[in-house]
Design a protein around this ligand. Structure first.
Ligand code: NAD
Length: 463
């Protein structure tokens, strides 16, 4: 498949400056970044310590599910290697995109970032730019600079180098579009030279570039993710209020989201945020705050609401079914959101663990994340099924945990005929309550108390 048609690149093909780039860390971010830079004409080497991953990538097999990425990897000439030394020598820009997982105290674990800086310091053979694309706490640029300087000193060399913070904002599931049609590019630098080089790197991408100092760029990434998490916890708090007071959260979200100051996105009430970024980044920012005497009471509340939200569906299940021991619960969706196979911090993990503790039996299905889920979920009382209908067969309740499109297109008649008890707990408000209840189900959503259809808001579109 060629570049998806929806992509809008700057039409300046005559003036493309081909740059030599090494990406260190070939995960969701590194692979997408490397592939997109190759797509716009740069020469790319992608490095990873995981030999199996690199061997597969050489054969065109990609380790993650990301729409359009496999085709783009195959189309572009990307070098994949485990040899960081070779890659660093080749490149004028070295981009670190390694993981920054949650550390013991909920801070960001920088061991991989530090390793990359050390490797850079050991092998750089002329003046280069070191770019931090991983999400790193404020001050990390300075730490990397020190590590590189120390390594240069040990070698008795002084090539000069530039440190840049260039945080990544892509979302899994739309990673290519988010990279090639970015809302903005944030570049934190200390020098005009680094600014010029980074501008050249991104010259084919039509997006506003915000140049800042390094610390500000590092903070922007955490501020962005914390704000998104806040939006989710806010709407979830409102959903709880709707359940008690009798409103419908879907219409509340519509009603506030149409206000351009608020915006429609990240206002879907549900079972809480998960994934590899929001939970760890909110925690890491709170943790970093301690160093500077910043308590972050708002973010602490955001976290608390999110933790409670993950338990909400389980409580609703108990309310409707009583004791869960021996009951069969069907689960649709395991990944933390649709269009990805990423299971990191997925709310499904919390809910499944709780169900297993009650002695309930679980049938689970996900279109893409099942293999990753199997590695993270204890294998007792759970069977992973091949289709949504097989999963629901004989179930006392169906629980929707991820809003994959295919679940919304389910044949309700067939679903009704295979379930033992027609109860749907819709943790993502994916299905239309009115239609589902007309098909004979009891539908329990989030922030959607039972109400007559005519009470649901209709938005009149004016010409
Ligand atoms: N996944 C996202 O949606 C997303 C979005 C924006 C920002 N981020 C941030 O980007 C960073 C990377 O995230 P990710 O999801 O791509 O992580 P990932 O775990 O998918 O990939 C990291 C890769 O780095 C490799 N690695 C570790 N140490 C290495 C080393 N010394 N040399 C070479 N390779 C090494 C690992 O083997 C792994 O393949 C994180 O800081 C994350 O917070 C992620």
């Amino acid at each position: 498949m060629s570049t998806p048609l929806f992509l809008k690149l700057k039409n300046n093909s005559d003036s493309v400056n081909i740059m030599k780039i090494a990406i260190i860390g070939t995960g969701y971010v590194g692979l997408t970044t490397g592939t997109c830079f190759a797509e716009i004409g740069h020469e790319i080497i992608c490095v990873d310590v995981n030999e199996e991953k690199i061997e597969n990538l050489k054969k065109g097999i990609i380790p993650i599910y990301e729409p359009g990425l496999e085709e783009m990897v195959r189309k572009n000439k990307i070098n994949f290697t485990t040899d960081a030394k070779k890659a660093i020598k080749f490149a004028e820009i070295v981009i670190s995109a390694v993981g920054t997982p949650m550390g013991k105290n909920h801070d960001a674990d920088l061991q991989f970032v530090k390793e990359v800086a050390e490797t850079f310091g050991k092998h750089a053979n002329n003046q280069k730019v070191f770019v931090n694309k991983s999400t790193v706490p404020v001050g990390t640029g300075k730490i990397c600079k020190k590590i590189i300087e120390t390594e240069f000193k040990k070698r008795n060399v002084d090539f000069g180098f530039e440190i840049v913070s260039n945080p990544e904002f892509l979302r899994e599931g739309t990673a290519i579009k988010d990279t090639l049609e970015a809302d903005r590019i944030v570049i934190g630098t200390e020098t005009n030279n680094a600014r010029k080089i980074m501008k050249k790197l991104y010259e084919k991408i039509e997006a506003p570039i915000l140049f800042t100092d390094i610390k500000t760029a590092e903070i922007i990434k955490y501020a962005a993710n914390s704000f998104l998490a806040t939006k989710i916890s806010f709407i979830n708090e409102m959903a709880g209020f709707c359940e008690k007071a009798g409103g419908n959260i879907k219409d509340v979200a519509k009603g506030i989201g149409l206000d351009k100051r608020i915006g429609k996105k990240f206002l879907n009430a549900g079972i809480g945020y998960g994934g590899s970024c929001l939970p760890k980044d909110v925690k890491a920012l709170i943790q970093k705050g301690q160093e500077f005497d910043c308590d972050f009471p708002l973010l602490k509340a955001v976290e608390e609401i999110n933790e409670n939200q993950k338990n909400l569906l389980f409580k609703k299940l108990q309310k409707h079914l009583g004791a869960l021991e021996g009951k069969l619960i069907a689960i649709w969706g395991l990944s933390f959101k649709p269009k990805t196979d990423d299971m990191r911090e997925a709310p499904s993990l919390t809910i499944i663990k709780k169900l297993q503790a009650t002695g309930a039996y679980i049938h689970a299905y996900d279109p893409k994340a099942t293999e990753n889920a199997k590695k993270m979920i204890e294998s007792f009382n759970i069977e992973f099924c091949k289709t949504p209908l097989d999963t629901a067969s004989g179930a006392n309740a169906l629980v929707i945990l991820t809003e994959w499109d295919e679940f919304a297109q389910t044949d309700l008649k067939r679903l009704h005929s295979v379930m033992k008890n027609p109860l749907i707990l819709d943790g993502r408000n994916l299905l239309n309550k009115e239609i589902v209840e007309k098909a004979g189900f009891k539908h329990v959503g989030i922030g959607q108390p039972d109400q007559k259809p005519h009470e649901t808001a209709k938005l009149l579109e004016h010409a």
